[in-house]
Design a protein around this ligand. Sequence first.
Ligand code: PHE
Length: 348
Amino acid sequence: MNLQERLEELKAQGLKAIKDSKKLKEINDIRVKLLGKKGQITEVLRGMRDLPKEERPKIGVMANRVRDELTNAISNRQDEIEIQKVAQKLEAEKIDVTLPGVPVKAGQPHVLSQIIDEIEKLFLGLGFQIVEGPEVEEDHYNFEMLNLPPDHPARDMQDTFYITDKTLMRTQTSPVQARTLEKHDFSKGPLKMISPGKVYRRDTDDATHSHQFHQVEGLVVGENITMANLKGTLQLVAKTIFGEDREIRLRPSYFPFTEPSAEVDVSCFKCGGKGCSVCKQSGWIEVLGAGMVHPNVLKMAGVDPETYGGFAFGLGPDRFAMLKYGVDDIREFYLNDLRFLSQFSQKG
Ligand code: PHE
């Protein structure tokens, strides 16, 4: 077989092998076998040395052409295989964008946080500041500064967990009144604050008692603050939480740190005041305690009761939430059962 025939043969075999190849590795082997340093075409070119001089150019041209053709064929086949590979991959990884997505479970604030947030928003809008106080409180602030000296009988209603003789878990958010009053600079204007937080009592847990629950304290002290201001403010709270049509009424009551003191009822949101099981047929539901700040409380905090006066109230978000949503067991709020908690989804 002369070189020309050999080249034709290599070309034909090569093109067929290239065409039949399925993998990049295969085609690379073909390239090495034909065109590599020790490849078959290279070998032919090397064999040209033995040809008579006049034949060399012809064979040379032909060998170059065959080499170019094979190179092209290899490169084209490589491209085809690459494209096929990508197509296969795309096919295998095909995503149906019309399939429904995996729902992301979004949490939400606890129902009590929702109530507290609503109250905070209302009072921020009225220009109140939000103040926090310690849950581990001194007897001094929890009782004494609120006009409850050590042997005061009203302490009995608020027995609590004592850390030491003088330190206890606060039974109410009212100590924040005393703490804030002490610090307030009245030359800069009246004090208007609310203080939400946890409180503790030595109660045995049952449907309506929890050893730990929440309160939001409110306090306004300044010049010319009257009971009408108290009533107007509480009316807003009632309407915000229980609905626009709610009315409130104040009944005389007793707290050592307010005088006069009142229990505040809201007209029943269930029956509108006609009488039903929620309001125990009375048309009214007791929701909070309030009153005009006792002069002793002001005096003890270094505020002159001749010049300044004001009102205070304490409400219970737990009780608000129970009434608003018809929850009949306060313990539900603290069991962290998602089946219970997820019912209170927020409306925007
Ligand atoms: N601290 C009182 C309680 O826990 C509520 C209250 C606060 C009453 C402020 C009057 C004024 O019962």
